[in-house]
Design a protein around this ligand. Structure first.
Ligand code: UD1
Length: 422
């Protein structure tokens, strides 16, 4: 197992390229189960979650020609297996994204239940209820979701009790091949959902309301799709993480391959803290701040402040003036990084879903454990400003969603080594 050793208090400067969005790549790759011919996908991030989904798709019989680590051609002329096995699904919860397209195109499938994860229970009940409403018969057997829709899925109105990103994406993909119109009410509006809609639209699926909380999808009555090539949008969470790296070390950094429209909540928070950010069509430059004020954050669905940047902003809050407040509204257990930040000397008190962080803190290098993907990057950010060396263990969490983090950080001046646990 690898760990990262970080020498703190090194100044950062320069420019860093942002990779394609993992959370956009995953549903787009899963949706290729809906098509027979090959389609080219570029701008894929080289991260473990994408590799895990490609492994699952190959297991199902999807044909993949890899051009390089960011580009491939992919299509599903035939399926050889309708089972998504536990061994692959347990590596990545987002494997549930194959459920909708498999069922819609092939009429039956068995997908291992993803189970809980460190940040909370994360059920998939809303995905299942929606597919049942579209006519599927679903039962759970030996840890697998067994889903059948012999005569295809039927369009209907689906009201989501909670806004769910992968739930909306699963229903979108299923509805694309259903008979008639499906309406998703209270749909997720994340840019990654919007890009999936555009990809489906490129294949001729009629979708209205894209980017709003009400989507209407006109299905193709089971006819496979023919997609147009697509380039994955920039990863707004990776981008937010590098903005935090600049902010926590109080450095001037430029980020390329960015889309500021997807980052409004984050950019406005950074400007409230005291940072000036220059924006062009695809670059962001964050400048050193004279003072960094404490702040308040409530995580919500897009376009609100993303839960996936909560941990990184908590690390930043340790270096701001006064105290900051962070309320986590989406996941019940997404404060696992708090105890690790405390090991580095952070002054944080927790009350339920609310964290108070007292700033102006001198962090000290320590051995800390990554507990989930975004918590890992928060610990690295803290280590960048800590006195002395830190070692961040269990970074397989980090590798799920950050492409070459230590190479990108080192190119900016950080001193990070990837080492093997003894
Ligand atoms: C996606 C993102 C993840 C992000 C999260 C919230 C991907 C691959 N992952 O995860 O990075 O942190 O959105 O922005 O895109 N819920 C239910 N029942 C369901 C589905 C969800 O109760 O059937 C609840 C969840 O427990 C959670 C909330 O709804 O409290 C939102 O979860 P959801 O949007 O589904 O998260 P994911 O799609 O898993």
């Amino acid at each position: 197992m690898d760990y990262l050793e970080i020498k703190g208090q090194e100044p950062l400067k320069g420019s860093v390229p942002i990779s394609g969005a993992k959370n956009a790549a995953l549903p787009i790759l899963a949706s290729t189960l809906l098509e027979q011919e090959n389609v080219a996908i570029s701008g894929l991030p080289a991260v473990a979650d994408v590799s895990a989904l490609l492994e699952l798709l190959e297991h199902l019989g999807v044909q993949i020609q890899r051009h390089d680590s960011h580009t491939l051609e992919i299509g599903t002329p035939h399926i050889t297996n309708l089972q998504a096995p536990y061994d692959i699904v347990r590596k990545m919860r987002a494997s549930i994204l194959v459920l909708g397209p498999l069922l819609a195109r092939f009429g039956s499938c068995a997908v291992s239940l993803p189970g809980g994860c460190a940040i909370g229970a994360r059920p998939v009940d809303l995905h299942l209820r929606a597919l049942e409403k579209m006519g599927a018969h679903i039962h759970i057997e030996k840890g697998y979701i067994i889903a059948k829709a012999k005569h295809g899925l039927k369009g209907c109105d689906i009201i989501l009790d909670k806004i769910t990103v992968t739930g909306t994406e699963n229903i979108l993909m299923a509805a694309s091949l259903a008979k008639g119109e499906t309406k998703i009410i209270n749909a997720a509006k994340e840019p990654e959902v919007v890009q999936l809609c555009h990809f489906l639209q490129s294949a001729g699926v009629e979708i209205s309301g894209v980017g709003s909380s009400e989507l209407s999808i006109q299905g193709t009555k089971g006819q496979a799709l023919h997609f147009k090539p697509i380039h994955i949008i920039p990863d707004r969470i990776e981008c937010g993480t590098y903005l935090c790296a600049a902010a926590i070390t109080n450095s001037t950094l430029s980020l390329s391959n960015t889309n500021a429209h997807h980052l409004e909540a984050i950019l406005s928070k950074l400007s409230e803290i005291g940072f000036k950010i220059d924006i062009t069509e695809d670059t962001l430059t964050i400048h050193k701040a004279r003072t960094r004020k404490g702040f308040e954050i409530i995580t919500t669905e897009y376009p609100g402040f993303p839960t996936d940047l909560q941990a990184q902003f908590m690390a930043l809050a340790t270096q701001c003036e006064g105290s900051s407040l962070i309320e986590e509204r989406l996941f019940e257990n997404r404060f696992m990084h708090v105890s690790e930040l405390q090991r580095m000397g952070a002054d944080i008190s927790l009350k339920g879903a609310l964290a108070q962080i007292n700033g102006d803190c001198v962090l000290m290098g320590a051995d800390v454990m990554a507990t989930d993907l975004r918590a890992s990057s928060a610990l690295i950010l803290a280590a960048l400003v800590a006195k002395g060396k830190s070692r961040v263990h269990r970074i397989y969490h980090l590798d799920r969603g950050y492409e070459s983090l230590e190479l990108k950080m080192n190119a900016l001046g950080a001193k990070i080594k990837r080492l093997k646990e003894k």
